[in-house]
Ligand binder design. Sequence first.
Ligand code: AOF
Ligand code: ZN
Length: 377
Amino acid sequence: LTRAAWDTGTRRSDQSWMAAALALGRQGNGRTAPNPSVGAVIVKDGVVVGLGRTADSGRPHAEVVALRQAGDAARGATVYCTLEPCSHFGKSPPCADALIAAGIARAVVAIEDPNPEVAGRGTSRLRAAGIDVDVGLGAAQATRDMAGHLTRMRLGRPYVTLKLAVSADGAIGRLGAGQVAVTGPLTRRFVHVMRAEHDAIAVGSGTVLADDPALTCRLPGMAGLSPQRVVFDTEARTPPTAAIFAGPAKTFGTVAGPTILAAPDVDAGRVAALEAAGATVVAVPRGADRRIDPAAALATLAAAGVTRLMVEGGAALAEALWAADLIDEVVWIEGPHALGGDLVRPFGGEGRSRLAQRFALGHVSPVGDDRWLHWLR
Ligand code: AOF
Ligand code: ZN
C-alpha cells in the first residue's frame, strides 16, 4: 500500500464515520434545547464501539453517551464528534476530560463550538493531552445541522425558519376567508415533523384570531415533541380560550404553556387573564412602527433557550421579520391549485420573487401534489 492510497482510504472512512455522527446528531434536533444536538461515534480498529447523541433536554452530552457504551474499548480508539467537545464544568465535568481519561487516541471534530465557555479550549485540551485532533471534516453539514446553537451563540437569537404555504397563484389565503387549505395531506404530515424538529413555533396574533391554530405536532406517538408556542402579540389580543393553550408542548427552564410576547404597556387585566390561562407573558419593547420589536422578541426567546424557531404565519409577522432581516431560511410550499378571488399574498404582494433578493434556491422536493422549495442564505 502506498502512503497516498493509505491516506485516501483513511479519509474516506473518516468521512463515512463523520456522516454517521452527523446523522445521529440530527435526530435530536428539536429535543435538546437549549443545547445543540451533537452526535459522537467511537471507532476502534474499523468497528463502532460507541454511539451517542446529546440526550433530550441537553444532558448527558453525546461524547459521554458514546463513552459509556464503549467502556474499555475506547482506549486507543478514534472519536468522531460533530461539535468540539466541551471544556467547561457545566452540570457535569467537561467531555474533553472524559475523552482523555478514557484513553481516546484521535479525535475528528466537524466544527468548533462558538460557545464562549468552550471556543477552541475543548480541542486544545485534547491536544495538550497528546490526542491527535483533526477539525473541519463535515463542517458544512454540521453548520447547517446545528444552525440553531450557532446562531444563538453568535447572534443571541434563534435560527429562524419561515414556512409559507402558498397556492399556485402565490397566495397564503383569501381576504377574510379564514384558514384555506392550499397544500395537501402529505405536506401537512411533513409540516408536523418540521414542528417536532423545532424548539418553538411562532405566529402573529392575527393568525391566532383568524385561524385559532393548535400548532402542535399531531403525528402518532410524537405529541410530546410539540414545539413551545409563541405569539407575537403587541396588544395582548390572544384569547385565553385559544387552541394554543390546549395540548402538550416542550418546555425550557420554567416556561410552560404558550409564550405571549406583548408590549410592556398593555392592559394589565388582559395579561393577568392570559397568565391565569397558563401563558407566560413577556414584555418586549415597541419598535418604530409601535409593534413589538422583532429583534428584541427573538433575543427574549434565545434567552429562554430557544435555538430553532419555526415561523408559521401570518403575512404581517413574515413582513416584520423580513424588514428586520431576521429570516435565515424559507420553506416555501406551493400547492397545485389557484385560489382566485381577493388574494392575500406574502411579502407585500411580491411573494416568491422577493425571496431571490436575499436567498438562493436550494433543493426542491415534490411532496404529494405540492412542491417544497428550500431557500437558504
Ligand atoms: C458537547 N457535547 O453533546 C453538547 C455540547 O449546560 P451544559 O453544561 O450541558 O453545556 C451546554 C453547552 O455545551 C452547549 O451550549 C454547547 O456549547 C455544549 N454542548 N457539547 O461537547 C454535547 N450538547
Ligand atoms: Zn460536553
